[in-house]
Design a protein around this ligand. Sequence first.
Ligand SMILES: [Zn+2]
Length: 123
Amino acid sequence: MPERDDYRTVSRELSPGHHIIAIVATGGEADTKSDDEIIAALQNWKRDHRHLQPVDTPPDRERWPMPQPFGEWLMATKPGPKGPCPECGCYGLRLAPVPNKPGEEKVICTMSECEACPWYQEP
Ligand SMILES: [Zn+2]
């Protein structure tokens, strides 16, 4: 059985020691593209998806139900650090007691749309 070359590898040295490598399947749209176009498309993709790359230290995600009544809970907790939430940019950070862990407090985001919020709800 003849070996089929199903993939085309395009590599470029962007700067000394910094290569970008694209591997594209052959037999499709990529066959009509030049190496330059493939590298440009890959760089665009990387730029658009930069926020999807995993962060170096994934924050530990505490999950607990939204405190009820929320207004009272909010009054009883202390404000979190000054500045926006590192995840969603809101100013809803609070220093809150961790349920079922007496004496333990944790900075949380209070925006339920934010993954740093313990009662985060998947959209
Ligand atoms: Zn947040």
